[in-house]
Design a binder for this molecule. Structure first.
Ligand code: ADP
Ligand code: MG
Length: 242
């Protein structure tokens, strides 16, 4: 197995009045390529904070966040800003709750822009064609090929969420972090989005952290953890869901 994310005793605190609030308290987990670790837990328990740390957006106070890829192992907790930014472009797919789609761009352009980030030179026509065909392939994989020319306001909540997931896959990430992808969706569309995530993760081999409070899908995940007040523990009751 060449791809994995491992957190070792990751602790994160935020300033809180005169003291500090512990959002993550010595969190340990490991997820390997092609599998999905689900994180559940009450609101405010630290789930999004864990994804922010795993995706280099927030630096923990202590602990290690080891990303293993075919290129070697890097500790995301101590990576430089430059290295972290390069990793986000090359190896980490991020799908957060507020999907941050750009209102002026069509669905296919939302994906294409990911490939052109960080490129200082004008990209060649051949490279642009390659990017377009990859973006179309991913939109097709999420069932949106026919909607590729629509802007966010012309798409439903579920469709925007699927654009968001396709966009996170645009750089063939080793690590995929997705925060509550079904929270704005009805049961049926939520199930379709979970199906999609499980399929693409298994096909493409990304190590995936999926935050969800929807217990009906937990039995399909490779591992389930529960976060309570910054403490993460395996959830052995998850198979009883659904
Ligand atoms: P969850 O995703 O499980 O709802 P979060 O990770 O968003 O939980 O938040 C965990 C705790 O950290 C909460 O008490 C929240 O208020 C606090 N928190 C989150 N982000 C910040 C921040 N940027 N600054 C200060 N406190 C924060
Ligand atoms: Mg959250």
């Amino acid at each position: 197995m060449t791809t994995a994310l491992t957190t070792e005793d990751v602790t994160l605190t935020y300033p809180d009045g005169a003291g500090r609030l512990t959002a993550l308290n010595r969190v340990n987990l490991r997820v390997t390529g092609g599998s999905v670790a689900a994180i559940t837990g009450p609101s405010g328990s630290g789930k999004s904070s864990l994804l922010a740390v795993a995706s280099t957006l927030t630096r923990p106070d202590s602990g290690r966040v080891l990303l293993e890829t075919i290129n070697g192992t890097v500790d995301l907790a101590t990576a430089s800003r430059h290295t972290a930014a390069a990793l986000r472009r090359s190896s980490i797919g991020i799908g957060f709750q507020q999907s941050n789609l750009v209102s002026a761009l069509t669905a296919v352009e939302q994906l294409e822009v990911m490939s052109h980030l960080g490129q200082r030179l004008l990209t060649s026509p051949a490279r642009r064609r390659e990017t377009r065909s990859k973006a179309m392939e991913l939109l097709d994989a999420v069932g949106l090929a026919d909607h590729h020319a629509k802007r966010p306001t012309q798409l439903s909540g579920g469709q925007r969420q699927r654009v968001n997931i396709a966009r996170a896959l645009m750089n063939d990430p080793s690590l995929l972090v997705i925060d509550e992808p079904t929270s704005a969706l009805d049961t049926e569309r939520g199930a379709a989005v979970i199906d999609l995530i499980l399929t693409v993760v298994r096909d493409r081999g990304a190590a995936t952290l999926l935050v969800t409070h929807d217990r009906t899908h937990l039995h399909r995940m490779d591992a389930v953890y529960r976060m309570v007040d910054g403490d993460l523990a395996p959830d052995h009751t998850a198979h009883l869901a659904a």
